[in-house]
Design a protein around this ligand. Sequence first.
Ligand SMILES: [Zn+2]
Length: 238
Amino acid sequence: MVTTELLFRADAYLKTASARVVAVHERGIELDRTIFYPMGGGQAGDAGVLLRAGGERIEVVDVRKGESMDSVLHIAASAMPRLELGEALTLEIDWPRRYALMRLHTALHVMSCVVVAPVTGGNISPDKARLDFDIDMSLLDARRIEQETNALIARGVETETVWISDEELDARPELVKTMSVQPPRGAGRVRLLRIPGIDLQPCGGTHVHNIAEIGGIRVLKIRSEGRHNKRVEIALAS
Ligand SMILES: [Zn+2]
């Protein structure tokens, strides 16, 4: 079973790294370590390139989780290149795209503390992000959500990653706001994102160091997607 060291967990700001090929098959390329975030928790997978020693560029168009817990599949744009097992590659992620994902992802954490209701879904793409809430439509006001979220962002708080045990999380069910995405169990510990004074919840995604990096958000639209899904869609203000 192949597991990949997930370098973005410790440092979401890595734009380049070296790695070795451990498997190549029709579903993708697996490496011993990666800076590419695989689609998960509502966040889109990264894009970028894998550079071979001879200069050949392999374009990565999507990144997905493999079958085992920490395996990552890098999906190439064209027919699967003939990589050697053990071959060293230089990884480069599409940083402007990823940074937009990080800013929007962190913005959703902040917004989830402005709209106080269970989260029933969410999605983050490079140009917009959304959360679905189980709430009455009359309680969602675009202007208020925008102003209050931006007021929290303006506090410029540093974010922190903390780990707790499965048992500690079980003892504090209020930490899990998202009904549709339960945090991964089985590894013995769960990763949390803390935005001091604002938010604390399990999350395996990539976040900015300081919420000031978000800049600000705009609410694009609010609409009903069903009785328990009221969707708030946002974009970065600039
Ligand atoms: Zn997160």
